[in-house]
Ligand binder design. Structure first.
Ligand code: BGC
Length: 748
């Protein structure tokens, strides 16, 4: 046998057997089969053995959630699934109806807003790892998530699936999520890239945004997921930017993602987000899913052959309209994905609904719950003294793991807040319940039925009267209200119509607070809501959508088994007028005549969230980074590693002391203020943080490090990051509105 062909045979063997590759050096997280030379050679080998039809087959879907492998060469089919809070139950091959499996009930992890509210990157890793294990059990090779679109307005229907308003916080949380999952050989598909901040008309919105806002606000979390997390998948968003849909966009995909950031994974279209053959070929899309099938867009059944990147692309190549240059590049990326996932023989066994996953869900949930207000230290509930607690509200009983769109789950179990409190207080305190209001009584979503019957005939007035009557004489009244995951609430497909609480909840809360001064309001949502009754309700808790363990996690915080340590990942405005996009009339954009396109100019630019509040000198209802505890902390003695720096690398040390009488965790936050700049800059920006757990009386020095990028802005003229020499101030504290320590330093 000739030397050359022997080599080819060896390579084929390698491709077929998926031999182990040496992982590159990785701290903490092992990444199997990364882009080592071995894989690249095997990709080229496989590529030259594939027929044109086989190549076309791997770049588009063959069912709702799968694409073809190359069975002749030993590559199995590729399965993906939503994402991002648990593994979605299986649907039929070509329909959105449930497949009716009995092995697809999962652990529902807390929504990503809650993960972000933990400000604990270790929990991001635990989240990715736990979900990755569930995915492996279920035979899924890629999870459609996490989502890191920026929280631009409290009306955003999918904010609950994202990680808040701050690009730095979202970056720090997304990287370990991706790494934790991919360490198991399960790809993350980070979504929705990019500028997908509207649900209403999401296929038609063309975002107009400055380069600075794009680079400084909307892209960093994606950038970190790619350059630090080494995400293997990115999902293009439905909307347009520069008049091109983001599933095939020259600027965002070819230029920024693949060229500037060196992304070597696959760009997957959002389901039905592909619109044009030529753009799909040339503008960075690698795998097409969901187009023109009955579901997101209407079409034929089993229309996969009609996809843009299917037979019409194949035909166009055969007719010489395209060479195979772009195709081969797409296939290389898909093969790389195969070697990292389906062909990865190092993958561990999967596990579904393990104790460890429930523990993870519980920990993420209780660390993310935010104590917003606690007048007179009403919380925690005094279990020894209390005799009767009244729980009120539909959200105390409503299952929240179903609904909301593609992130809807079939949870093996979901502990409601009422059950959580009842179980925790059994034999000690009587826990009474009143419905209080009627929201969404629907008990099924996407064919998953909760089995709950929440129908209620009584009027709002009658329900309020009943709750008020029961509230009198109760030791505590705990209202669980907020939003739910039905249309126009926290739900895919539409944005909220108002920031106010729906279903007459304001009247209910006001009436209960008047009837009983020991009223606690727990808000279940992924979004801020107006709180006109804030001054009358002593204790307010943000409870998010926190999945399977919701009731237990909420009970553990409310009764004080754990000290709350969550911090808001977004600014909680008093009203929409305090949000840049709304104050400037820049949401939801205007129809461009005769085109079916809505132009939405992000007029607020870089001034999103606290950046806007600072600029307008607003006092929000609750500030970004805010979150109380049952203990107290003192942050003091801020020191800079040096007074001047020439490379921008600096570290700051600060002392944190637990001055209260119980163990708790505090998040030390560092913001940078640029004293003088040639361009307008936000007053301050989060650039480092660390969560520290301390026993009563314990104190610790915490060191926070920044680099040159932390001092930089996006220089639109030169198209690059720029750190200007001059003075800066590091502001340190435990919330964006509580930064008592400051130190000045200079960049030379
Ligand atoms: C959503 C994606 C999701 C996909 C598949 C789309 O409608 O925007 O986030 O992953 O459907 O379910």
């Amino acid at each position: 046998m000739k030397k050359q062909s022997l080599f080819a045979v060896l390579l084929l063997c390698a491709a077929l057997t998926g031999c182990k590759q040496t992982a590159g050096e990785q701290a903490q997280v092992p990444v199997y089969l990364d882009t080592t030379k071995g894989i690249e050679e095997r990709i080229e080998d496989a590529l030259q053995r594939m027929t044109l039809t086989e190549k076309i087959n791997v770049i588009h879907a063959q069912s709702k959630f799968s694409s073809a492998g190359v069975k002749r060469l030993g590559f199995p089919d590729f399965w993906t699934d939503d994402g991002p809070h648990g593994v979605r139950p299986d649907v039929l091959w070509d329909e959105w109806e449930q497949a009716g499996q009995t092995n697809d009930s999962c652990v529902a992890f807390p929504a990503l807003t809650c993960l972000a509210a933990t400000w604990n990157p270790d929990l991001g890793r635990l989240y990715g790892h736990s979900l990755g294990e569930e995915a492996l059990y279920r035979g899924k090779n890629m999870i459609l998530g996490p989502g890191v679109n920026i929280y631009r307005t409290p009306l955003g229907g999918r904010n609950f699936e994202y990680m808040g308003e701050d690009p730095y916080l979202a970056s720090r949380m997304v990287v370990p999520y991706v790494q934790g999952m991919q360490a198991l050989g399960v790809a993350s598909c980070v979504k929705h890239y990019c500028l997908n901040n509207d649900e209403e008309y999401r296929h038609q919105v063309n975002v107009i945004v400055s380069d600075r806002a794009l680079r400084e606000i909307y892209l960093p979390a994606f950038e970190a997921a790619v350059t630090e997390g080494h995400a293997w998948g990115i999902m293009g968003a439905y909307n347009l930017y520069k008049d091109q849909h983001n599933c095939h966009n020259q600027y965002t995909l070819n230029q920024i993602l693949k060229t500037d950031w060196g992304f070597d994974g696959v760009v997957v279209s959002d389901w039905g987000g592909t619109h044009d053959l030529d753009q799909a070929v040339k503008n960075g899309l690698d795998m097409e899913f969901g187009t023109w099938t009955d579901g997101l867009t209407m079409g034929a059944t089993n229309a996969y052959d009609n996809y843009f990147l299917s037979r019409q692309y194949e035909r166009a190549i055969r007719e010489g309209r395209y060479t195979t240059k772009e195709l081969d590049e797409k296939v290389r990326r898909v093969l790389r994905l195969f070697f990292r996932t389906t062909m990865n023989r190092e993958r561990p066994y999967g596990m579904l609904c393990s104790e460890a996953h429930y523990d993870a869900a519980h920990q993420i949930a209780h660390e993310g719950i935010v104590l917003l207000q606690n007048e007179g230290n009403l919380l925690p509930i005094d279990v020894e003294k209390a005799k009767r607690i009244l729980v009120v509200g539909e959200n105390a009983v409503k299952m929240m793991t179903v609904g909301g769109g593609s992130s809807s789950l079939k949870a093996q179990h979901e502990i409601s807040p009422l059950q959580g409190l009842r179980d925790r207080l059994a034999g000690k305190v009587e826990v009474d319940y009143a419905r209080g209001y009627v929201g969404d009584v629907g008990g099924s979503y996407n064919g998953v039925t909760t089995g709950q019957d929440l129908r209620e005939e009584r009027s709002a007035g009658e329900l309020i009267a009943e709750a008020v009557a029961k509230a009198e004489g109760a030791d505590y009244v705990v209202i669980f209200g907020g939003l739910n995951k039905s249309d126009y609430q926290d739900c895919e497909g539409h944005d909220r119509r108002s920031m106010d609480l729906p279903y007459a909840q304001d009247s209910l809360i006001t009436a209960l607070a008047a009837a009983n001064p020991r009223t606690i309001y727990v808000n279940i949502s992924g979004n801020a809501v107006t709180m006109p009754w804030k001054a009358q309700v002593p204790a307010i808790v943000q409870g998010w959508f926190i999945g399977s363990e919701a009731g237990y996690a909420l009970a553990s915080v409310l009764v004080g088994d754990v000290c709350p340590s969550g911090k808001l990942p977004f600014t909680w405005p008093n009203s929409l007028q305090e949000v840049g996009a709304h104050a400037l009339g820049a949401f939801p954009g205007t129809w461009r005549e005769g085109t079916g396109i809505i132009d939405e100019e992000y007029k607020e630019g870089i001034y999103v969230g606290y950046r806007w509040a600072d600029r307008q000198q607003l006092t929000p209802c609750f500030a970004f980074g805010h979150g109380l505890s049952y203990t107290t902390f003192e942050i003091s003695d801020l020191r800079a590693s040096r007074k001047t720096t020439s490379d921008g690398n600096m570290s700051f040390t600060v002392n944190v002391r637990n001055t209260g009488d119980r163990e708790g965790a505090e998040v030390v936050q560092l913001y940078i203020h640029d004293v003088e700049s040639s361009v307008e800059r936000p007053y301050k920006e989060l650039k480092a943080f660390q969560k520290v757990s301390l026993k009563p009386g314990e104190s610790r020095d915490v060191t926070l490090t920044i680099d040159r990028r932390a001092l930089s802005f996006w220089d639109e003229e030169n198209g690059d990051w720029k750190a200007e020499p001059g003075d800066f101030v590091a502001l340190v504290g435990n919330a964006s509105d509580n930064l008592p320590c400051q130190v000045q330093f200079a960049l030379k």
